[in-house]
Design a protein around this ligand. Structure first.
Ligand code: GLN
Length: 483
C-alpha cells in the first residue's frame, strides 16, 4: 500500500479498494517502524489524522470525489497548524502551538487531505542539508550516512522512504528542488505569489514559496492544485486564475524549445551529473523537443546576491522572536535587554545567528548601499537574463545540484561550501520563476536531479515536460533499499 502514488491512491479510494482510515493506519505504523532511522518527522498527529481520514471516508460515502479526498500527506514544520506545535526546526518555537492554520494547511484540509504530521527541517529553513534542525539531522533513505538535502529534508526523506506519498515544502533558494534531487523525488517551486504565504513562517519573504514534493510530476500536479490560489490574507499573493494542472500533462513535446544555459555546466559540477543531464536532454529530444544553447550571463553573481538578500530579510523577519510574545524565553531575566539577548542567544542555533548577523550588517547604515542595494540590482539583472532567454525558449534545463548528497557533517566546518550547493536553484527564487526538479539517474547509488525552469505561471508546462519524461524513463520509480 505504501508504494502507491497520490494518483493511485485516488483511484483506489474511488474504487473502494481500501479506505482512507486503513491507508492512514498503514502509513502511521510504517512511520513508527521506520522513522527512527530517518528522523523525518518532528511531530506526529495520529489522532488528528485518523479523524481527518474518517471524515474523508464519510465524504466519499456521501458521493463526494476529489484527488486529495482521503490522501495522506505531511506538512513541513513551518506551516502553522492550529493547536499543533509548529517549531520551524528551532528551539525558539519548540513550545509554540499555532493559534491558526496556514492557508496551505486549511486549503489542503478542505480538499480532504489527511495530515499525518509535521516534517523535520533546517532551523528557520536555513540550510541545504537538514543538519541545522534543533531536532537533529535527517538521514537520506538512499544512504543513511548522507544528508537528504534541505531545508525541506524531512518532507523529502519521508516521501522517498514511502512513509508518505507526498508532502509540502518551501523553497527560498532551492529547499524543495534540492532535497527532491538528493532523494529521487519530483519537487516543484511555484511562481512567487502562486501559493499563499499566510501562516508559513517567514525566512526571506521576497523569496519564500511553498510547493509540493512527491514521487511523480502527476502527483505534484495534484498536490499543487490543492495549495495554489489567490489569498487576500497574503499581500504578495497574485490574483491569477489557477489552471487545472493535471489537464495538460499529456501535451506532446513536439517542437518544445528547451534552452540549456552554458553557465549551468560551470566548474564545480560533478562530471557524472553533467553526463546524466545530457542523457536526459537526449531523452527529451527523442520526444520532439528542440535544444538551444543559451546564456544567463549574470548567474555567477546569484550566490553572493542571494546570501545578502536572504539574510537581510531574515534578520528583519526574525526580530519578532524576542522572548516576549511567543517562543523561547530565558529564565530569570535581569532586565529587558537581558531578556532579549539571552532568549535569542538560547533560542536560535548557530546558522540562524550567523545569518541574522550577516543580514543586520548588510542592512546597517553605511553598508546598505554597498550590499543590499547592490544585491537588489543583481537581482534585476538576473531577472532580465531570464526574460531575454524566455523570448527564445519555452523551458530552461540544467542540473538541480552540482553534487549528489554529501555525508552528514562533511560541510559543517565550512558554511560557504554548503551555500555553493545552491548555485543552480537560487536564480529562480531571485527572479520569482517556477522551477521543478525530477529524478534523472544515480551517481554512487545516490540520486541525481534535473531542473526545469519556466516563465511566470507556467507550472503546467513544467509538469507536462516532467510527466512526459517520466512516461519514458523509470528513475522516479526506484525506491531505496530497506524502505
Ligand atoms: N540553502 C538555501 C539557504 O540556506 C536555501 C534554503 C531554502 O530554500 N529555504 O538559504
Amino acid at each position: 500500500m505504501h508504494q502507491m502514488t497520490l494518483a493511485e491512491i485516488a483511484r483506489g479510494l474511488a474504487d473502494k479498494k481500501f479506505s482512507s482510515e486503513e491507508l492512514t493506519k498503514t502509513l502511521l505504523a510504517r512511520i513508527a517502524q521506520l522513522d527512527p532511522q530517518l528522523n523525518s518527522f518532528i511531530t506526529l498527529t495520529e489522532d488528528l489524522a485518523l479523524e481527518q481520514a474518517k471524515a474523508a471516508d464519510a465524504r466519499r460515502a456521501n458521493g463526494e470525489t476529489g484527488a486529495l479526498l482521503g490522501a495522506p500527506i505531511g506538512h513541513k514544520d513551518l506551516f502553522c497548524t492550529l493547536g499543533v506545535r509548529t517549531s520551524c526546526g528551532s528551539k525558539m518555537l519548540d513550545n509554540f502551538k499555532a493559534p491558526y492554520d496556514a492557508t496551505v494547511v486549511s486549503k489542503l484540509a478542505a480538499a480532504g487531505a489527511v495530515s499525518l504530521g509535521k516534517t523535520n527541517m533546517d532551523e528557520f529553513a536555513m540550510g541545504s542539508a537538514n543538519e541545522s534542525s534543533y531536532y537533529g539531522a535527517v538521514k537520506n533513505p538512499w544512504n543513511l550516512e548522507h544528508v537528504p538535502g534541505g531545508s525541506s529534508g524531512g518532507s523529502a526523506a519521508a516521501v522517498a522512504a514511502r512513509l508518505l506519498p507526498a508532502a509540502t515544502g518551501t523553497d527560498t533558494g532551492g529547499s524543495i528542488r534540492q532535497p527532491a534531487a538528493l532523494t529521487n523525488l519530483t519537487g516543484l517551486k511555484p511562481t512567487y505569489g502562486r501559493v499563499s504565504r499566510w501562516g508559513m513562517i517567514a525566512y526571506a519573504s521576497s523569496l519564500d514559496q511553498g510547493g509540493p514534493l512527491a514521487r511523480t510530476a502527476e502527483d505534484c500536479a495534484i498536490l499543487l492544485q490543492g495549495m495554489a490560489g489567490f489569498d487576500p490574507l497574503d499581500s504578495t499573493s497574485i490574483d491569477e486564475p489557477v489552471p487545472d494542472f493535471s489537464a495538460n500533462l499529456n501535451t506532446s513535446l513536439q517542437g518544445l524549445r528547451i534552452g540549456v544555459p552554458k553557465e549551468f555546466f560551470s566548474e564545480g559540477l560533478d562530471p557524472r551529473i553533467a553526463e546524466l543531464v545530457h542523457t536526459s536532454i537526449k531523452e527529451l529530444e527523442k520526444l520532439g523537443a528542440v535544444i538551444k544553447p543559451i546564456s544567463l550571463p549574470n548567474m555567477q553573481h546569484a550566490i553572493p546576491a542571494y546570501y545578502v538578500i536572504a539574510p537581510a530579510e531574515a534578520s528583519s523577519n526574525l526580530s519578532r522572536f524576542d522572548g516576549v510574545r511567543f517562543g523561547h524565553r530565558c529564565e530569570d531575566p535581569k532586565d529587558l535587554t537581558d531578556l532579549y539577548k539571552r532568549s535569542r542567544a538560547e533560542g536560535f542555533g548557530p546558522e540562524v545567528q550567523r545569518r541574522i548577523l550577516v543580514g543586520a550588517y548588510a542592512l546597517s547604515a553605511g553598508y546598505y548601499d554597498a550590499y543590499y542595494l547592490q544585491a537588489q540590482k543583481i537581482r534585476r539583472l538576473i531577472k532580465n537574463d531570464f526574460m531575454a532567454a524566455f523570448n527564445e525558449v519555452d523551458i530552461i534545463l540544467g542540473p538541480t545540484t552540482p553534487n549528489p548528497a554529501w555525508k552528514i557533517g562533511a560541510k559543517n566546518s565550512d558554511p560557504v561550501s554548503a551555500y555553493l550547493e545552491d548555485v543552480y536553484t537560487i536564480t529562480a527564487n531571485l527572479a520569482g520563476l517556477p522551477g521543478l526538479s525530477m529524478p534523472a539517474g544515480f551517481v554512487d547509488g545516490l540520486p541525481v536531479g534535473v531542473q526545469l525552469l519556466a516563465p511566470y505561471f507556467q507550472e503546467g508546462r513544467l509538469l507536462n515536460v516532467a510527466h512526459q519524461y517520466q512516461l519514458n524513463t523509470d528513475w522516479h520509480t526506484r525506491s531505496p533499499a530497506g524502505f
